[in-house]
Write a protein that binds this ligand. Structure first.
Ligand SMILES: *[C@@H]1O[C@H](CO)[C@@H](O)[C@H](O)[C@H]1NC(C)=O
Ligand SMILES: *[C@@H]1O[C@H](CO)[C@@H](O)[C@H](O)[C@H]1NC(C)=O
Length: 502
């Protein structure tokens, strides 16, 4: 290695800087905090274990130190709340705030300004409840058509077994089509540019998150500042998607306003979210200005962020779970065939409710998704004292130790990591029902409002795919899930589809 004279001062500087950071960043622990897991290296603390060995490392901590406990990662003390403490965090919604905790690591508000704004988020939740969940039965037929179209396009004819790669996008176009239909209506939901904008939006946004939060060692804000630097210099990885949506949405909105004027009371409002919004006082308008379009597109993209990517990842993961377990194929297939005959290929919500084995399987797949820790909340009160008497200070990030909740031995037996396909069925827990040992959709008042829609789509998608294809993994075995840090991802081996003989 070549050392120039210039490197020496640089090394000295780094050394001094490191020392200063260490000095400033010595974790401050208040009185009576949850136990702090000891660590060897200053500054680094538990960061490496947390990034590369979270499952085992945290399980050991949990066993030794109980629940909750503190660790030191990326220069910050964080508190982990598992099956005993997490429900307290989700119950006290004024004390613990999700959006305040995610702003630093997921700075979407830099490109969608109203993301995280409490009023907008309230509106999003309300729109999902009133505009989607309450109308779900009316959407079922349309979702089914879009899913079938998607399946034929993305998977297609597999008279010869076909390996489909899932690594790049996890069937997000498959989910994007029905979502587009519900959001922006039937006029443009066949438009492939719109579908692409929907399907790729989050992937393109997350390209800026690929930078590991090294600078958080100094302060989380420094990391946020640096990763969003390109955005502030005008680079916008998702700007093109917003432009696409605006371009196609404008004539649709204009035509609807015109039709409303022409037909008056005889106007037949289409069923979709843009129509729902047009009728809200907040979004009432006579002309579609550029500002108006920006507003409405921003609102729609907040939906897209929260719906397409997570749903498609969970669908993909469920397909892998199914493909790797031949012992379940016949049983679940038979249920789908029976329901398909009963409804003559046209699913209604009642038929979807009858897919109880599939539902139970999907729930189990969600439980085993593989995320160790996720969904941080920030403590906004001066301090919070857990039921066990341990206290955390204001500003503390409390992470949800999902795996501790999902692998709870009281709820799931002595081998909680084994796949229990009919656990939900036996215990009357549906896939969309939150429960103290099932936090896929969160818990309590702030549980994910889109869970009914998401489960609906995933069940319909799986039903149609299982009816039409045999699905195998390339290895013939259960494929290993991927993990980025503490976050689970579907496997990437690909799936082999083959037409079923009818
Ligand atoms: C399982 O979860 C319940 C709360 O849902 C909790 O009280 C219990 O301590 C947990 N069991 C174990 C072994 O962690
Ligand atoms: C199953 O749960 C649902 C609601 O979650 C309830 O309405 C129903 O009565 C339960 N059925 C049984 C057999 O307990």
């Amino acid at each position: 290695m070549y050392f120039s004279f210039e490197t020496i001062p640089a090394v000295v500087c780094v050394f001094i800087a490191t020392y200063i950071i260490y000095w400033i960043k010595k974790p401050r622990i208040s009185k009576n905090e949850p136990p702090m897991v000891p660590y060897k290296f200053p500054i680094i603390g538990h960061t490496l274990d947390y990034l590369f060995n979270a499952e085992n490392f945290l399980a050991e901590c949990r066993q030794k130190y109980g629940d909750p406990f503190n660790i030191y990662v990326f220069g910050q003390v964080i508190t982990l709340a598992g099956s005993e403490a997490a429900h307290e965090v989700y119950k006290h919604i004024d004390t613990f705030n999700l959006l305040s905790a995610t702003r630093d690591t997921f700075p979407l508000h830099r490109v969608l300004k109203s993301f995280g704004d409490p009023e907008t988020m309230e509106q999003v939740v309300k729109t999902i409840r009133e505009g989607i969940t309450a109308k779900l039965p009316l959407y079922t037929g349309r979702i089914q058509k879009k899913l079938m179209f998607s399946i034929n396009k993305e998977i297609g004819d597999c008279s010869n077994p076909k390996l489909i790669r899932t690594a790049n996008g996890d069937f997000s176009s498959l989910i994007a089509r029905p979502v587009a239909d519900v959001l922006v209506g039937q006029e443009i939901s066949n438009n492939e540019d719109v579908i692409k904008a929907f399907a790729n939006f989050i992937r393109d946004f997350t390209s800026i998150l690929a930078i590991p939060p090294i600078l958080s060692f100094i302060h989380p804000k420094v990391h946020t500042q640096v990763i969003t630097l390109p955005l502030r210099f005008g680079w916008n990885p998702i700007g093109k998607h917003v432009i696409t949506l605006k371009k196609y949405l404008k004539p649709v909105l204009e035509k609807r306003l015109r039709d409303k004027e022409i037909f008056g009371d005889k106007y037949e409002p289409p069923l979709d979210i843009i129509e729902y919004l047009l009728n809200k006082p907040e979004y009432e308008t006579k002309v579609i200005t550029d500002d108006y379009l920006n507003n409405i597109c921003e609102f729609l993209f907040i939906f897209i962020v929260t719906s397409i990517h997570t749903t498609s990842r969970h669908l993909t993961s469920a397909l892998y779970d199914f493909a790797g377990r031949p012992e379940l194929w016949d049983d679940i297939y038979e249920e789908q065939v029976r329901i398909d005959k009963e409804c003559n290929g046209e699913l209604s919500p009642q038929h979807i409710d009858k897919m109880v084995k599939l539902d139970s399987f999907v729930r189990e797949s969600f439980r085993n998704f593989g995320t160790v820790v996720a969904v941080p909340h920030r403590c906004l009160d001066e301090s919070y004292t857990f039921k066990n008497g341990k206290t955390i200070p204001k500003g503390r990030i409390v992470q949800t130790y999902l795996m501790d909740i999902h692998y709870n031995t009281t709820a799931y037996g002595p081998e909680p990591k084994s796949f229990l396909p009919y656990h939900g069925l036996k215990n009357n827990f549906s896939a969309s029902k939150t429960d103290k040992n099932y936090f896929t959709f969160g818990s309590g008042k702030r549980a994910c409002p889109g869970r009914f829609f998401a489960v609906h789509e995933i069940k319909m998608g799986m039903h149609k795919i299982i009816l039409n294809y045999h699905i195998k993994t390339p290895s013939g075995k259960i494929e290993k899930k991927i993990r980025y840090g503490t976050i689970g991802m579907p496997p990437v081996a690909g799936l082999i589809f083959e037409n079923r003989k009818k």
